[in-house]
Design a protein around this ligand. Sequence first.
Ligand code: MEV
Length: 306
Amino acid sequence: MAKVILFGEHSVVYGLPAVAVPLLSLRMAAYVEPAGADAGTLTSLGWSGERADVPDRLAAVARAVDVATAFVGHPDARLHVRTESDFPPQRGLGSSAAAAGAVVRAVLDAYDVDATPQQLFDLTQDAERIAHGNPSGLDALTTASPTPVHFQGGVTTALEMNLQAWIVIADSGVEGSTREAVAEVRRQYEASPERTGVLLDTLGEITTGAVGDLGTGDVAALGEKMTGAHHVLVELGVSDDRLDALTVAALDAGAAGAKLTGGGRGGCVIALTATASDADRVAAALEKAGATATWQYAPHLQEVAP
Ligand code: MEV
C-alpha cells in the first residue's frame, strides 16, 4: 500500500528518527505468471515491456523479481510480472517500495514459499537498494505495515498516536525522483557538512517533538512542526515551486500545518486539519491551486478517501 512520511524524510537516511503512516486503502497488488519459453515481462508503475528493457525508475521492481526468484530457489525463472495500484508512481507515496514488496510476496506465493516479516523486509530492501544506493528502510517497512511506523537507524519503536485530525494529501502532478533528491542532499552534505548537518539535526529534533505531540494529540503543535519541517526541507533543496505553492495554499485555507512528503522535488504535500470540514476546505483550496489529485486520511479512522 501507499505511505506518507509525516516527519523525518531525508534526515532518516542519516540515522535520525522518522514517523510514517501506511495509507491502508491505497493498495498495491502484484500478479505473477510463468512466461513459458518467453523471456518474461514486467508491467508496473505505468510501464510495460520486456525484462531486458526495464527503465531505471523500475529498477527496484525488476530487482524484486530477481531477489525473490533467487530466494525461492528458481533464479532462472521466466515470469510475467504485473503490479496494479490505485495511487500514482513517483509522487513520494512509496510506489517503488510498495511494488517491490508486493512482487516479492507474489513470487513467494507463486512458489508456495513462506518467509518471515524480517525476510520479506530484507528482500524488499535488497530491491530498493538498487533504486537509491542507501535507502533508510522506512519505505519498505511502512508500505508493508498495518500500523504507523516510528523508525530510527533500522529499528522501529512503539508509537503512541492519539490524533483526532485529518491529513490531506495533495499530488503536485510532478514526478519526483527519490534517487536524485537523496543524491542532492548527499552532495550538500559533502560540500557543506556543517550547514547540512544542522539542517538534518533540526529535522531530527522536529520529529522527536512531533512524536510527543502525536501522543498528546496536539494538532496545533504538530501543524507548526510540519510547516517548520517544510522550511528546513526547502533549505535542503528538495522542495520546488509547486510544492511550496501548495503548502502556502493549504495554510491560507486554514490548515494547521503543511509540508512536502517523501523525497520531494515533485511529488506530494500533506496538510493537517483538526476537523473533516476543514479537510474538505483545504482539499478544495489545494485543487484550486493546481493539485492534480487529493486524498484525505484520518489516522484515528485508519482510512483514506478520494
Ligand atoms: C523517501 O520516501 C524517503 C527518503 O527519506 C529516503 C529514504 O528514507 O530512504 C527521502
